[in-house]
Design a protein around this ligand. Structure first.
Ligand code: TYM
Length: 335
């Protein structure tokens, strides 16, 4: 994206570099990121600063960041169109996050369901970063004056808070930040666990059969789908109390582009065993070319480095403008 690019709307989004990027991340977020690249000025990041709210092993962390970077390019992020950088390479994020912390209320942060969930899961490490995480996410978005933020439903509350922080700041100092809107895809907004389809598919789930990783081997993917929890009705159709089948139909629809009706018609009279095998096979076919591209990219460190450096330079120039404006409005002395 060039800085003089025609006035398309601006999109910003980011994903944490956890060791496993799941089918939920792909269908809920990444697939949309790729589709949006032609119609918007998109800026994307690997949110590595966010990732240390839980303890990371240094060696594995470094590798996970690079893996995530390579994997997203393998999924179709085109750095020529969409700057795609590593968050910790662009210092304006941490700086604006501090400023926004001072315009975010304790009560607001206490109400974040992700904070409540994660503090339960990591009761031995409820650190201040976990608590103030949404101010950093707000900084990520507001620095680029984003119009739209593609996310899954689980991040909606953080986006609402971002809007509130931005409106509060604008209310005090005059128009400074554009107020962003969530962009939630029609399909894939919430991919559920294969083992407990009332919960979202999450890489932090201890039951490895509950999620599918984009880099899982074909036979692992097939095994996980064959074990997916369903119901006793044995009819492939969307319905109440059929969370497992609803989720599998949703996944099938996302990966093949077929509508729910088309899928229902195709599996009329067939059992759940056949359907689960078909969903597994469709997912395997979807991720196969991504995995092949990933293997090539991860071996080419020089190429990756060139892409993340170039993107970080661009992101720094753009975000510095917003940060300078913010600092001036607050009353800081210019450097
Ligand atoms: P993260 O890394 O947990 O997830 C990345 C994206 O994937 C979506 N997602 C899902 N969508 C559908 N079904 C699921 N089961 C599922 N699981 C995850 C998430 O909604 C998200 O869009 N805080 C963010 C990362 C972040 C960010 C940002 C996002 C940092 N700064 C600025 C947008 C804008 C996070 O932890 O997402």
């Amino acid at each position: 994206m060039s800085e003089t690019a025609e006035k398309k709307k601006v999109i910003f989004s980011a994903i944490q570099p956890s060791g496993t990027i799941t089918l939920g991340n792909y269908l809920g977020a990444l697939q949309n990121w790729v589709k949006l690249q032609d119609d918007y000025n998109c800026i994307y990041a690997v949110a590595d600063l966010h990732a240390i709210t839980v303890r990371q092993d240094p060696k594995a962390f470094r590798q996970n960041i690079l893996n995530a970077y390579a994997l997203f390019i393998a999924c179709g992020i085109d750095t020529e169109k969409s700057p795609f950088f590593i968050q910790s390479h662009v210092h304006t994020h941490a700086e604006l996050a501090w400023v926004l912390n001072c315009y975010t209320q304790f009560g607001e942060l206490s109400r974040m369901t992700q904070f409540k969930d994660k503090s339960q899961k990591h009761a031995d490490n409820i650190n201040a970063g976990l608590f103030t995480y949404p101010s950093l996410m707000a900084a990520d978005i507001l620095l680029y004056q984003a119009d739209l933020v593609p996310i899954g439903i689980d991040q909606k509350q953080h986006l609402e808070l971002t809007r509130n922080i931005a409106e509060r700041f604008n209310g005090i100092y005059g128009n400074t930040f554009r107020i962003p809107e969530a962009y939630i895809g029609e399909t894939g907004a919430k991919i559920m666990s294969l083992q407990d389809p009332t919960k979202k598919m999450s890489k932090s789930d201890e039951n490895v059969n509950s999620w599918v990783a984009i880099l899982d081997k074909p036979d692992t993917i097939m095994k996980k789908f064959k074990r997916a929890v369903t119901d006793s009705e044995a009819r492939v159709c969307v319905g109440e109390g059929k969370d497992g089948i609803n989720n599998l139909i949703g996944i099938m629809s996302c990966v093949t582009g077929k509508t729910t009706d088309e899928i229902t018609a195709e599996f009329e009279g067939k059992g759940y065993g056949d359907f689960k095998t078909a969903v597994g096979e469709a997912v395997v076919e979807k991720v196969r070319p991504i995995q092949e591209r990933f293997d090539r990219l991860i071996a080419d460190k020089a190429y990756l480095e060139e892409q993340y450096r170039k993107s970080a330079e661009f992101a720094l120039r753009l975000s510095q403008r917003t940060l300078d404006k913010v600092m001036k409005k607050i009353g800081y002395v210019a450097r």
